[in-house]
Design a protein around this ligand. Structure first.
Ligand SMILES: N[C@@H](CCC(=O)N[C@@H](CS)C(=O)NCC(=O)O)C(=O)O
Length: 338
């Protein structure tokens, strides 16, 4: 399986076995299929037992091999999809910190509905153990714990004050409203939705893109169910979004530069700008991972555009804050990341 790391701060490319169907997963498939293979090939009980033992032994070898220290393996791997505002929040924080990480893009929705995970998901390696964190706020807390004491103060923006944590909660809820909002607008357009999910993204494994296409009706139904996308609900989503944007507008009305005041942005400013990426669609949203969405900008419905434009004119300070964050700080963070 071809793998193109999309974001990588290492000098040499790192091949990520996880992008292929991993040997462990293959072994699991083999063991699951054995009860079908054995009768299909007319094999006897002894051969079946030998095949089973061979499969188990191979799995054990893989476990032992995984325990070997591998100096080449990246410490941080960020599992992503292209057009995700929650991913963007974490990607931006990692870039601003300037730490090495490898981005591992996957097709949208498959991981959620078949592996029960959401993105962003951070795989962090400590020695022979790899742990995983599966939500943006948990990842930011980890980064603060891991890098917060850096003497150069570059992790200061991650400081989790009570006020910042409360605001982050509100911003994350606004992020969920944005998911409902965008799905309301794109789900009826099969080609557009598939494109946004990565079906045309050559950096994704072919099998994932193929599954997106063949499973599309099922995936769309599951998304509708997961986010409660119903015609009657859209107005509520818009109202709640506008109430939140108004609260941001009110906050910024006293002329402050950042949501919690101060001279430098905090993680809440990054989170707000990232979560707004779907409707503001700044040029640098999700960096090159966002290109797929920008490329189809004109395909978004008139209703979708009208709502974005209304928000931009009703909430000029909030909109300017998103643009300013992207112009002044996203570019800078991307440059730190190299
Ligand atoms: N609370 C989670 C929400 C993450 C989330 O909803 N992620 C979406 C993408 S924006 C997702 O994983 N969707 C499933 C998928 O596309 O695979 C967080 O803060 O990370």
């Amino acid at each position: 399986m071809r793998f193109i790391p999309r974001r990588q701060n290492h000098d040499t490319p790192v091949d990520l076995p996880a992008m292929r169907i991993s040997p462990k997963t293959l072994t699991t498939f083999y063991l699951l299929l054995l009860p079908l293979i054995v009768p299909a090939l007319g094999l006897g009980v002894m051969v079946a037992v030998l095949l089973l033992l061979a499969g188990l032994a191979w799995r054990w070898v893989l476990v032992l091999r995984g325990m070997q220290p591998d100096p080449e393996a990246p410490e941080l791997v960020l599992e992503t999809i292209s057009a995700s505002h929650f991913v963007e929040k974490v990607r931006w924080a990692l870039d601003r910190l300037g730490v090495d990480y490898v981005e591992q893009p996957t097709a949208a929705t498959l991981g959620a509905f078949f592996a029960g995970r959401t993105v962003p998901r951070l795989h962090l390696r400590t020695g022979i153990v790899t742990s995983q964190l599966g939500s943006s706020s948990a990842i930011l807390r980890y980064l603060w714990g891991r890098y917060g004491e850096q003497p150069d103060g570059r992790a200061e923006f991650l400081r989790p004050t009570t006020e910042a944590l409360a605001l982050e909660g509100e911003i994350d809820r606004y992020g969920v409203l944005q998911q409902r909002w965008i799905y309301h607008h794109i789900l009826d357009d099969r080609r557009l939705t598939l494109h946004v999910w990565g079906a045309n993204d050559a950096s994704l494994p072919r099998w994932q893109r193929f599954l997106l296409v063949v499973l599309f009706p099922l995936l769309r139904a599951l998304i509708r169910r997961a986010f409660g996308i119903r015609p009657g609900r859209h107005q509520k989503t818009v109202e709640k979004t506008e109430a939140f944007l108004q609260s941001v507008e009110d906050r910024l009305a006293d002329g402050r530069l950042y949501l919690l005041g101060g001279e430098q942005p905090g993680f809440v400013d990054i989170a707000f700008a990232a979560m707004s990426g779907l409707w503001v669609r700044p040029e640098l949203f999700a960096l090159e991972a966002g290109d797929a969405v920008r490329a189809v900008d004109e395909r978004f419905s008139d209703e979708c555009r009208a709502e974005s434009e209304r928000w931009a004119s009703r909430f000029p300070l909030a909109t300017a804050h998103v643009h300013g964050m992207y112009r002044l700080h996203r570019a800078e963070a991307a440059a730190v990341a190299g």
